[in-house]
Ligand binder design. Structure first.
Ligand SMILES: Nc1ncnc2c1ncn2[C@@H]1O[C@H](COP(=O)(O)OP(=O)(O)OP(=O)(O)O)[C@@H](O)[C@H]1O
Ligand SMILES: [Mg+2]
Length: 290
């Protein structure tokens, strides 16, 4: 269990607080950190990963303060940063061997077994001879996971791993995370709610450095249950609904505006619809932008 208490971050050159008194708890399982660009996702992840210090507040891992027990915590931690440039001239075996050595695994046989295991887990068997520089985006992401799990960490921190993946690779990757989540904590950040719709039980929504919601995903979605409507109409209808309700999505199909909106009762001829995580998320952020 990881506890984040009143964490604030001000970057030396930053004008505003990147994190502003953020508090939440991360239980075992996959934990989804959602927020749009600049919300503070990478900032909090780097602090939990001990690669950067917070300006104020504390983080506890199983009740122990993180900063004071860094070396110990690092042993239980795997981190996949948002932009990873793995060593392009190495192949996956050479790269993972290097990672193992950096982690202090001295026994060559142990390293070999761990490497084979990790390559198998992430589905890169048969790709061992290719240089990482020739890997596709999806393969690189898998190699990144292999390096993060090689020493069987209890906590995995993965920053926006699905960005830029094609649909097939994305699904493969989400399944992989689900597979390796057993008995671990995985902190997963994204701005695509569909990524975590079926993956996480607990979520935290960050917005401009502050926690907008933290807790059970189902409860969050249920907060707009019975209040979500869909109306098909004209651009004028869309303008009216934007004015009088919180609009969670607008899609034009053959010139007809399909508007989903949150209101206590329907405002115009509409049908009641089941909310998705996306609807609840956009609602929490105050509705879709123009
Ligand atoms: N090194 C830095 N120096 C100054 N400001 C920074 C630095 N890194 C991030 N920031 C600012 O801190 C805020 C939070 O940034 P952060 O990268 O944590 O957001 P994010 O949620 O990860 O966004 P994205 O989805 O784009 O990755 C932003 O306003 C950003 O501009
Ligand atoms: Mg980021």
């Amino acid at each position: 269990m990881i506890e984040i208490k009143n964490v604030t971050k001000i970057y030396p050159l930053g004008k505003k607080k990147a994190l502003d008194n953020v508090s939440f708890e991360i239980p075992e399982g996959i934990f989804g950190l959602i927020g749009r660009n600049g919300a503070g996702k990478t900032t909090i992840m780097r602090i939990i990963a001990t690669v950067m210090d917070q300006t104020g507040g504390s983080i506890y891992f199983d009740g122990k303060e993180l900063k004071a027990n860094r070396a110990e915590f690092r042993k239980s931690l795997g981190y996949l940063p948002q932009s990873t440039k793995l060593m392009p001239r190495l192949n996956i075996v050479e790269f993972l061997d290097y990672v193992c050595i950096m982690k202090g695994i001295k026994d060559k046989k142990v390293r070999k077994a761990k490497i084979a295991d990790a390559i198998e887990t992430v589905g890169l068997v048969g790709e061992e001879r290719k240089r990482l520089g020739n890997y596709s985006g999806g393969m690189l992401r898998r190699a990144g996971i292999a390096q993060a799990i090689i020493d069987e960490p209890r906590v995995l921190i993965i920053d926006e791993p699905t960005t830029g993946l094609d649909p097939e690779e994305r699904l493969y990757f989400l399944n992989l995370l689900s597979k390796i989540s057993v008995g671990r904590t995985i902190i997963f950040s994204t701005h695509i709610t569909a990524d975590i719709e079926n993956l996480c039980r607990n979520i935290c929504i960050l917005e401009q450095g502050q926690v907008k919601y933290v807790g059970d995903k189902g409860e969050f979605i249920d907060s707009i249950k019975g209040k979500l409507w869909e109306h098909s109409g004209t651009p004028e209808d869309e303008a009216m609904l934007r004015r009088d309700a919180i609009v969670t999505s607008v899609a034009y199909v053959d010139g007809v505006a399909k508007v989903r909106y949150v209101a206590d009762g329907q405002l115009t001829d509409s049908i009641a619809v089941e909310p998705t995580l996306e609807d609840a998320y956009i609602h929490a952020l105050g509705g879709v932008k123009r």
